[in-house]
Design a protein. Structure first.
Lengths: 350, 349
C-alpha cells in the first residue's frame, strides 16, 4: 500500500489541456425488418452517452466485456463509423463535423492498431509497401526518395530486422506482425494511437514483448494511447487511467490505482473479482463475486442503471434514475447510486 | 479442487483396475503434411486420478490439444498419426482397442468439451435434441425420455428455465450458455474423465468465472478426473491440483501447482511467470521470453527451448534433457534445473 501511494504522488492528475475530449458520444445501430422495404424496428445502443478526456502522453485504458461498446467507441473516434450524436474535440475541432480535408489531416494524427495481425495486413503487399503506404496517402510527410530508408528505421524502432522490407506478412509470426502494424501506425508521427486489443491474439510470452515495445515507444515519441482490451491485468499494467464500460456506458473512471484498488461500482468489483490470479495461494482468501445471468441485450437495455438486473445492491431508484458518472465521495467518478469502495484485489507491492 | 472431491463420493465408483485412472506414456503424434512432418507431440507421459484436476499449460502449437485429441481418438488420420506410446484407461490401452470398443469409451467414459461451443454444436438441431442424442445413441432411450433427460441435465448445468429452452437452437444462446450446453452433453453419460480444451478462452471473464465454478461443482459431485487444457496461467492457478507445462510437444515441467508456481524449476515456466502482468500490482517492466516458439517441423536439436533460454549453454544444444526428478512428484526437463530453482529473480533473456 505504501508503494501505491508513493506512486500516486509521482503521477499527478494529468495536467494541461486534453488532446482529445469526448462528450456525450452516442452510437445506435438501426435494427431493420423486411428485405425490400426496410423498416427500422429498433436500435442496438452500442455506445450511450460516453464522455472522457485524453491527455497528451498518457494511456487511457478502456475495459469491458464483449459488446460493451469499447471497439465501437474507437471506430467512432476515427470516423470509421458515424456517430449518432455527441462531440469529440481534437485540438478544438469537432471530429464529427470535419470535412474531408480536415478528416484526412486528423487521420494522420490519430492512428489505430487492430487486434488481429493476420487480418489487418494485406497478404499481397510486402512489409515495406505496407509501412510506406500511409506516405502515399499523405504526401509530404516523407519524400518519396527516403521511403526505403525510413521504412528500415521504423522496422528497427519496433524491433524487427530492417533487412526484411521485401518479405510478406505470412513470413512473420503473430507477434512480429503486430509489430508491423505498430510500425505502420507510427509512420505518420501521430499524436494518438488507438490500440484495439493489440495483444489479445498473441501468446503470453510474446504478449509481453509487444506491451514493452508499446511502453518504450510512448516514452520515446510522447504518444497518447487509448488502450482497449478485455484483459484487466494487461490494462492495469500499461494504463495511467482506466475507464470501465458496461453495455455502452462508462460506469467507472479514474486513475489506474483508484479503479483497481478502490473500485466503487458493483460491476467493476465483480469484474475484478472474476480475474483469475496466477498464484494458487490466492485461492483460499479470494473474494469472488459471482454475477448471475448474462449481459442484457443492448437493443433493449434495462431502464435506469443498466447493471441493475445483475446487481446485488439494486433498489427501486436504480430502475428509475440513471446514476450519473460522478464522484460520490470515493475520490473518482463512478456511476452507482450506492457507490462504496470495496477492496477486491489485495495489492502487493511490485 | 480435489480436497472437496476426495472422500465419500468416488469411493462409490467401483475400482476394478490397477494403477491410475489414466496413464499416458511416451505419446508421440505427428502430422504428415505436404510440406514436411510436423512433430506435434514428442513423447509425453502423465497420469490422472479420480477427482483430480490436471492442468496442461502451453502456448499455441505446444501440442497440448493434440495430446488430448489422441486420448479421445479424434485425430484426423491422415495426416495425423500416433506413432508411439500408450494411453491406458483403467489399465486398458486405448490405442490398441478395436474401433468398436473405442467408441464405447469415447463419450461414455471419457468426454471432451471444446473452446468454441458454437462450432461444436449443430446449428440445425435444438439443444435439447443434441443433448438427448447421447441417451438415444448410447442408451437406446426414446425421444420423450431423451428430452426429459436433456431438461434434467440443463438444470444441472444451471441453464435458467431449462424446460422452456430445451427446444431452442444454439444461436439463441449466449456464449456462456452454449458452453453449458456442451458441458451438459459431456456429462450426460456420467464419464470418469472430462477433458476441457480451453473451455473458457472465448468467454468474457465474468462468464469464465461462472463456467469454472460450474466445472468445480460438477467435479465435486461426480468425482470425475478433469484434464484442463489452457494457456491461461490464472485459470490454472485457480482450479488445478497438478500441472504439466508443455513446450514444442514436450512436457518441460510437471508438479503440484503450488510448487511450480511457488518456484519454477524450468526456464520456460519461469519465463512465462515473469512475462504476465498481474492484476494486483502495477509492476515494472515485464520480462518477456525472447524470440518465438519453434516451428514444429524444425524443432531445435537438444533442448527445444535452448534458443530462447537465458540459462542455455553448449550442452543444451546437443543433449536432449530427460525429465529430471526434482522431488517425489515433481519433474523438470532442464539440465540446469537446480540453478533455475535457486535463482530468485527470473533472468532476463
Amino acid at each position: 500500500m505504501v508503494d501505491a501511494t508513493a506512486e500516486v504522488a509521482e503521477q499527478p492528475t494529468p495536467a494541461g489541456e486534453p488532446i482529445l475530449s469526448v462528450r456525450n458520444l452516442v452510437k445506435h445501430f438501426p435494427l431493420t425488418q423486411g428485405i425490400l422495404f426496410k423498416k427500422q424496428v429498433g436500435a442496438v445502443q452500442a455506445v450511450s452517452d460516453v464522455s472522457f478526456d485524453l491527455y497528451p502522453g498518457e494511456t487511457l485504458g478502456l475495459v469491458g466485456e464483449s459488446g460493451c461498446g469499447k471497439s465501437t467507441t474507437a471506430k467512432l473516434l476515427l470516423r470509421l463509423e458515424t456517430a449518432t450524436s455527441g462531440q469529440a474535440m481534437y485540438k478544438g475541432r469537432d471530429i464529427f463535423t470535419m470535412n474531408k480535408k480536415e478528416l484526412r489531416a486528423l487521420r494522420r494524427n490519430i492512428q489505430i492498431v487492430f487486434q488481429d495481425p493476420y487480418a489487418s495486413l494485406n497478404p499481397r503487399m510486402t512489409v515495406g509497401d505496407i509501412i510506406s503506404e500511409p506516405w502515399d496517402i499523405h504526401p509530404g510527410v516523407v519524400p518519396k526518395k527516403e521511403h526505403g530508408k525510413k521504412v528500415k528505421e521504423l522496422l528497427e524502432v519496433v524491433g524487427l530486422d530492417p533487412g526484411h522490407t521485401n518479405r510478406y506478412p505470412h513470413q512473420f509470426s503473430g507477434g512480429q506482425r503486430q509489430r508491423i502494424g505498430v510500425a505502420r501506425a507510427l509512420a505518420l508521427n501521430p499524436e494518438i494511437i488507438i490500440l484495439d486489443e493489440p495483444v489479445s491474439a498473441l501468446d503470453v510470452s510474446v504478449q509481453a514483448q509487444v506491451v514493452n515495445l508499446l511502453e518504450k515507444l510512448q516514452n520515446e515519441f510522447g504518444l497518447a494511447y487509448i488502450f482497449i482490451a478485455h484483459d484487466l491485468s494487461v490494462v492495469r499494467h500499461i494504463s495511467d487511467r482506466v475507464a470501465v464500460m458496461y453495455l455502452g456506458k462508462i460506469v467507472e473512471i479514474g486513475r489506474q490505482q483508484e479503479v483497481y484498488e478502490k473500485p466503487s461500482m458493483p460491476y467493476t468489483q465483480a469484474l475484478l473479482s472474476a480475474v483469475p490470479v496466477p498464484d494458487p495461494r490466492a485461492r483460499e482468501n479470494k473474494k469472488r463475486i459471482m454475477l448471475q445471468g448474462d449481459v442484457p441485450s443492448p437493443a433493449n437495455p434495462p431502464s435506469g442503471c443498466r447493471f441493475r438486473t445483475r446487481c446485488w445492491k439494486a433498489e427501486d431508484i436504480c430502475a428509475e434514475e440513471t446514476p450519473a458518472l460522478i464522484d460520490r465521495g470515493q475520490g473518482h467518478p463512478s456511476a452507482c447510486h450506492f457507490a462504496e469502495i470495496e477492496e477486491i484485489v489485495a495489492t502487493e507491492s511490485a | 479442487m480435489s480436497d472437496r472431491a476426495t472422500g465419500v463420493i468416488h469411493e462409490t465408483r467401483t475400482r476394478d483396475y490397477e494403477g491410475h485412472l489414466l496413464e499416458v506414456e511416451d505419446l508421440q503424434v505427428e502430422f504428415r503434411t505436404p510440406y514436411g512432418v510436423v512433430n506435434a507431440v514428442n513423447g509425453i507421459s502423465y497420469t490422472l486420478d479420480p477427482g483430480e484436476t490436471l492442468a496442461i499449460l502451453g502456448e499455441s502449437g505446444s501440442g497440448k490439444s493434440v495430446s488430448a485429441q489422441a486420448i479421445m481418438g479424434i485425430i484426423d488420420s491422415p495426416p495425423g498419426f500416433v506413432t508411439n506410446g500408450s494411453i491406458r484407461y483403467k489399465g486398458r490401452d486405448l490405442l490398441k482397442l478395436p474401433e468398436s470398443e473405442k467408441r464405447a469409451v469415447r463419450g461414455r467414459e471419457i468426454a471432451m468439451i471444446f473452446q468454441d461451443a458454437l462450432t461444436a454444436l449443430n446449428p440445425v438441431f435444438t439443444v435439447g435434441f443434441q443433448i438427448g442424442e447421447m441417451f438415444r445413441v448410447h442408451r437406446g432411450a426414446s425421444r420423450q425420455e431423451a428430452k426429459q433427460k436433456a431438461i434434467e441435465l440443463m438444470d444441472r448445468v444451471r441453464i435458467p428455465s431449462a424446460k422452456e429452452r430445451v427446444g431452442d437452437y444454439p444461436h439463441q444462446f449466449s456464449g456462456g450458455m452454449r458452453q453449458r450446453v456442451m458441458i451438459a452433453m459431456a456429462l450426460s453419460l456420467d464419464p470418469d474423465i472430462l477433458i476441457a480444451d480451453e473451455p473458457t478462452t472465448a468467454l468474457d471473464v465474468t462468464v469464465q468465472a461462472q463456467i469454472m465454478e460450474l466445472l468445480d461443482d460438477l467435479q465435486s459431485e461426480t468425482g470425475m478426473g478433469l484434464i484442463l487444457i489452457t494457456h491461461d496461467l490464472g485459470v490454472v492457478a485457480d482450479v488445478s491440483d497438478r500441472l504439466a507445462v508443455m513446450y514444442a510437444g514436450k512436457i518441460v515441467e510437471t508438479g503440484s501447482v503450488y510448487d511450480v508456481y511457488g518456484n519454477p524449476a524450468h526456464p520456460y515456466t519461469e519465463g512465462l511467470m515473469a512475462s504476465i502482468p498481474r492484476i494486483n500490482q502495477k509492476g515494472e517492466d515485464l520480462s518477456p521470453i525472447r524470440g518465438a516458439p519453434p516451428n514444429l517441423m524444425r524443432i531445435p536439436p537438444g533442448c527445444p527451448f535452448h534458443p530462447r533460454c537465458p540459462y542455455a549453454r553448449q550442452r543444451c544444444t546437443e543433449e536432449v534433457p530427460p525429465l529430471y526428478e526434482v522431488s517425489a512428484d515433481r519433474r523438470s526437463a532442464c539440465h540446469y534445473w537446480e540453478e533455475v530453482i535457486s535463482s530468485k529473480e527470473p533472468q532476463r533473456g
